[in-house]
Design a protein around this ligand. Structure first.
Ligand SMILES: [Zn+2]
Length: 553
């Protein structure tokens, strides 16, 4: 009996040990992950545009993407989230915006966007001035195209209401501004002043109206005192919070000076800022010298590798350079901002030092000139990804140059729906066929960069997505969409706000899709924007935003 008992005991023990060995072997075959998300509808935006239901994240990167069963078979985690069918997308990216500018605006500029009259501009300024009294009264975003009287405003009322103040009111496009008399004299502008590549607007009696277009406006902007460092840091954090709230996990800032670049770099390295950043450099002497000497910056999540320049102005203020005169101003064709020696110098420097060139070009002549200058340096097909920012009006004979020289269009789908009310007046029906032509531009290289140019447009990548697929404004107008043949499919639109902007600065192996080895940057939406009704796209909410596997919104 004793013997039997010990035998049973021995067998049980042996079976138990085998069981333990087997189970540890089984467990250790499961790799530990920091996070597993399952039961989701995941749009990976990989090259096949495939979907998945689960992924595992380790050390901030995707380590597996697939179906629930296979992910759970190979991975274990203390942090398994059941997404209950929610739709997940790669973190959205803005391929052209003014991140610092937007932050700065929120802390010191009166928001004048959407003002329906100049009276409303004055009212908003009064409120802002009461809250933020200062010698300088700054505002941004007015657009006379939204007013009953669509002529440009003058500074007469400003000087009545804000006598003695330095007032600078930037137009919605950022290329023109209305300034008070005080600022005019500070800049030494009077009716005799002649400035190339821009205009000091005068009334019929030859008196300055305070409206400055392009170059003279830039001169005035330089006079506005810069934000203190602490204030700027606060502004950057506010800008980041706004981006995250819209589902953005990365931005390309279209042009900053050395100090600002260094500041954002250090704030991101310290973890104070969490977004992915690509920053284009301003071609001012100091910034250029520094980067041409030190070369590009490329670390995970942060890049400086392109030079931002301007070909022309904007369409709204008739600064965009057209081949033929403006349809509603037969005496003008717009303005090229620099002469060709400048563009040659920048392109040569960029080419020799491995930088991309990103040139703002809006009018068909602006675009044509830059395409031809680029072509001279690029020589043919290449993978240098030189870009044309906006590419807004393109002559039908020039689309092939984008393809032939692998020049990448960087567009803003919302510009089309913001401008559609008056673009035809500036351009006429015929030229409109090559304007806001996102589909024709996409066809040239097979991929495209989309963005908002915020604060010129709103920040929301979902608004970009909606404008890209519906070609309607946020009020759902016009019925059939503006130039509807240029509408993107949902897939094309999603790519244009994820992998497109990533490729736009050689970051496609890091971000832009949900694939193994990339940063676990993703956004969970309350609805599926690939499948929902068009009217529901703008109602879609941001459920959460994750960067490097951490939920930050
Ligand atoms: Zn811009």
């Amino acid at each position: 009996m004793q013997k039997n008992m010990s035998k049973i005991y021995k067998y049980t023990l042996r079976a138990l040990i085998i069981l333990i060995i087997m189970s540890t072997a089984y467990c250790s075959s499961k790799e530990a992950a920091d996070l597993i998300i399952k039961d989701a509808t995941i749009y990976t935006v990989d090259s096949n545009f495939s979907t998945a239901t689960a992924f595992a994240v380790k050390s901030g990167k995707f380590v597996a993407v697939g179906e629930d069963e296979e992910i759970l078979k190979h991975y274990k985690s203390d942090n398994i989230i059941d997404a209950a069918g929610f739709a997940i997308y790669p973190g959205f990216l803005d391929g052209h915006c003014h991140f610092k500018g937007m932050g700065e605006n929120t802390v010191r500029y009166a928001d004048l966007t959407g003002c329906k009259s100049f009276d409303e501009v004055i009212e908003r300024l009064k409120i802002h001035f009461e809250k933020h009294p200062s010698d300088w009264l700054l505002g941004r975003g007015w657009d006379q195209n939204l007013w009953k009287d669509k002529t440009f405003p003058t500074n007469e009322r400003l000087d009545e209401v804000f006598a003695g103040k330095k007032v600078v009111l930037t137009r919605i496009d950022g290329h023109a501004g209305l300034v008070s008399k005080e600022v005019m004299s500070l800049a030494n502008f009077d009716s005799e002043t002649k400035i190339d590549r821009g205009e000091i607007i005068k009334d019929k009696d030859g008196k300055c109206t305070g409206l400055l277009v392009d170059k003279p406006y830039d001169i005035v902007r330089e006079l506005v005192p810069k934000l203190e460092r602490e204030e700027l840091i606060r502004a950057l954090k506010i800008a980041e919070a706004k981006c995250l709230a819209c589902g953005l996990t990365g931005v390309t800032d279209a042009g900053l000076e050395l100090e600002d670049i260094k500041l954002i770099d250090s704030l991101q390295q310290s973890g104070f800022l969490k977004l992915n950043f690509n920053i284009m450099i301003n071609p001012d002497e100091r910034t250029m010298d520094y980067f041409m000497k030190n070369g590009i910056i490329k670390r995970e999540g942060f890049s400086v590798r392109s030079i931002k320049i301007y070909a022309d102005g904007a369409l709204g203020s008739r600064g965009a350079k057209l081949i033929q005169p403006y349809s509603d101003s037969p005496s003008s064709t717009g303005i090229m901002v620099f002469d060709s020696t400048f563009y040659d110098k920048i392109c040569e420097e960029a080419y020799n030092h491995g930088f991309q060139v990103c040139c703002h070009a809006i009018g068909d002549q602006g675009v044509r000139s830059i395409l031809n200058i680029y072509a001279k340096y690029l020589g043919g097909k290449n993978d240098l990804r030189w870009r044309i920012e906006h590419s807004q009006v393109v002559n039908s004979e020039d689309f092939h140059l984008f393809k032939g020289y692998s020049i990448i269009p960087s567009i803003q789908s919302t510009h089309a729906t913001s401008d559609m009310g008056w673009a035809v007046q500036r351009l006429g029906e015929e030229r409109l066929k090559g304007a806001y032509a996102q589909k024709q531009l996409l066809a040239t290289n097979g991929w495209i960069i989309n963005g908002t140019d915020f604060p010129i447009e709103g920040i929301s990548p979902l608004a970009t997505f909606y404008a890209a697929v519906a070609r309607k404004d946020t009020g759902g107008r016009p019925e059939g969409g503006f130039l509807p043949e240029e509408a993107f499919s949902r897939e094309e639109a999603l790519k244009s706000i994820t992998i497109g902007p990533a490729k736009g600065y050689f970051a496609e192996n890091e971000i832009g899709s949900i694939e193994v080895g990339k940063f676990a940057d993703f956004v969970v939406l309350t609805d599926d924007i690939i499948k929902n009704k068009e009217n529901d796209i703008l109602k879609t909410g941001i459920q959460s935003v994750w960067i490097k596997g951490k939920q930050i919104y």
